[in-house]
Design a protein around this ligand. Structure first.
Ligand code: ATP
Ligand code: MG
Length: 175
């Protein structure tokens, strides 16, 4: 099954994490592979160790290099492409390993819209998702091809966000 969380409102990554908690509550295993995100840590990056959860049960792999082309990013685009490809390879390996019940590919939609990955190379990897496995793609601007392939797609639409009033990102809420 493929689930997409997209849209310009807050809640895509947190929804994916919620899905991970739900499946783990059923004794299953969840892996989050993050494109773009890294190296800064967010609350969820401390979750596993704080609660002493084995790496084989829940893991977050931050495989991005941070902002792409904005906010002081000085890296050549090739580096971001390399990182995104490596995240996709990790996702593929995880899917094929049969070790995980849920795999999230966080911000993959954004990686595609920034031209770090193509729709086709992502779809090829996600071609044969076994019936009993759950895959979640997140990020704004999901390409129509992902939505066509998905079993479930939800758009988070911004109604209100403190950022619009110039409020800074808050620890524990935003990260
Ligand atoms: P979250 O991780 O909180 O679920 P998200 O995955 O929906 O957010 P992203 O597009 O990944 O959102 O953006 C990441 C960061 O931007 C998060 O800190 C998030 O809280 C914040 N954010 C999300 N939506 C908005 C918005 N509409 N305006 C400003 N900031 C936002
Ligand atoms: Mg997100």
């Amino acid at each position: 099954m493929l689930i997409i969380f997209t849209g310009n409102g807050k809640g895509k990554t947190t929804a994916a994490l919620g899905q991970a908690v739900r499946i783990m509550g059923r004794g299953k295993k969840a892996l989050i592979v993050q494109c773009i995100k890294g190296p800064w840590k967010s609350g969820e990056d401390f979750f596993r160790e704080t609660f002493d959860i084995p790496k084989e049960t829940f893991n977050i792999r931050k495989m991005g290099l941070g902002f792409v082309g904005i906010l002081g990013d000085t890296l050549p685009k090739e580096k971001h492409i390399e990182a995104a490809k490596s995240a996709l390879a990790t996702f593929k390996e995880a899917l094929e390993s049969n070790k995980w019940d849920l795999i999230v590919l966080d911000e993959v939609n954004v990686a595609v819209s920034l031209g770090l990955l193509t729709v086709d190379e992502v779809l090829k990897v996600a071609e044969n998702i076994p019936e009993e496995k759950l895959v979640v793609f997140t990020g704004r601007g999901a390409p129509q091809e992902f939505i066509d392939k998905a079993d479930l797609a939800t758009e988070m639409r911004e109604i209100k966000h403190p950022f619009a009033d110039g409020k800074k990102a808050k620890i524990s809420i935003e990260f």
